[in-house]
Write a protein that binds this ligand. Structure first.
Ligand code: N2P
Length: 363
């Protein structure tokens, strides 16, 4: 009898502990139980990369205020997290940077139970090589890197990296060229011009790319990732190493502007919605990401930023001008010439050193 009583008390204790654990897990956004939305969501994003009305709609529907802060390249985002920034709920790194952040243990795993709209994604994007099974991130928008230009200035489309690097051509536009302020992008442009892979880890090839970028400084107005389209429109520059959508977005206001994917090929990239493992409100971040996966919402962001969408269900809501533009959704023969950036591992410090040398060199 006494043994039976002890066993009953024992079992009772186990149940109480299990119940407490369940409540604790539920409260921590992970368990699928009742979860509360935070009052604020902190988004760390690229500039002009989300339709402001989308943020207003999210705020109105969920009562969560979105506070957005912007970064200018992947390395700035990484440095911020490495320095211990803990306030961000959602960040938007590119493909190769997702790989690095996973490796460094900076990202939380997503609870797919809170992401019912994941099925809206195109199959081609739903199992990315840098994050198999979308364990950590959800693709947001994708695009290419090429050359933005003022079409009044060029009789023929400047669709070659030689416009930026060949001394005979680039010198004609001295002081009127910008390059992306982005280590992997700038090195990629130079590497492609030289005929190398943009993921090379060969130090001699990287040194050649560095030397080319240093030689080019004589004609470069600025290294910039945020205002080059405005500089084009203001006639400060005529050629800009560019991300596709930024130019098309500006071309909507100034029809002289256009964008070319260089014949030699260039970068194809995808940016992703991820949650840092220090996020104050992981559940709210997942609700936000799921909202962005709605077809109309996803399309609204493409229509605003002029980037291609990985969301198959969004297509019917995307402006045909965007869907039918071969420089936004490139045909397969162009796609074949494009290369994804990958984490270059041990070569990363070599890229960083070369880039520092470029920045430090005199014009
Ligand atoms: C938006 C910048 C595009 C992001 N202004 C490039 N990965």
């Amino acid at each position: 009898m006494r043994r039976l009583m002890m066993r009953t008390i024992g079992l009772g204790l186990v149940s109480v502990i299990l119940l407490m654990l369940a409540v604790a897990c539920g409260g921590r956004d992970g368990g699928g139980g009742e979860q509360e939305l935070a009052q604020e969501l902190h988004l760390y994003n690229w500039s002009e990369y989300i339709e402001p009305q989308v943020l207003a709609d999210f705020e109105a529907e969920f009562g969560v205020r979105v506070i957005e802060d912007t970064f200018s390249n992947n390395e700035e985002l990484l440095a911020k997290l490495q320095a211990g920034a803990t306030g961000y709920d959602v960040i938007v790194p590119s493909d190769y940077m997702v790989e690095i952040m996973i490796e460094e243990g900076l990202l939380a795993e997503l609870n797919h139970a809170n992401l019912a709209n994941l099925g809206n994604l195109d199959e081609k994007f739903s199992d990315p090589p840098y994050d198999r099974g979308m364990v950590h991130c959800v693709p947001y928008l994708w695009g290419t890197t090429g050359i933005g230009y003022n079409s009044d200035v060029f009789e023929e489309e400047p669709d070659s990296w030689s416009y930026l690097f060949d001394p005979e051509i680039a010198s004609q536009y001295a002081g009127r060229i910008t390059m992306l302020n982005d280590v992997r992008e700038a090195m990629s442009a130079a590497l492609k011009y030289l005929g190398y892979s943009l993921n090379t880890t060969d130090e001699a090839q990287l040194a050649q790319a560095r030397d080319l970028l240093i030689q080019q400084k004589a004609w470069v107005y600025a290294y910039d990732t945020e205002q080059y389209e405005d500089l084009l429109s203001a006639d400060e520059i005529v050629l800009a190493h560019s991300w596709s959508g930024d130019i098309f977005m500006a071309a909507d206001e100034d029809e002289r502007l256009w964008y070319a994917i260089p014949q030699e090929g260039g970068v194809i990239w995808a940016d992703n919605l991820c949650i840092p493992n220090t996020a104050p409100s992981k559940y709210t971040a997942e609700v936000f990401i799921n909202f962005l996966l709605r077809p109309e919402i996803s399309a609204a962001n493409s229509n605003y930023a002029w980037y291609a969408s990985p969301n198959a269900k969004a297509a019917e809501f995307i402006d045909p001008q965007i869907l039918d533009e071969p420089a936004i959704y490139p045909p397969s023969d162009v796609m074949e010439k494009l290369e994804w950036l990958e984490d270059v591992g041990d070569a990363t410090p070599i890229y960083e050193r070369m880039w520092t040398e470029v920045k430090a060199a005199g014009p």
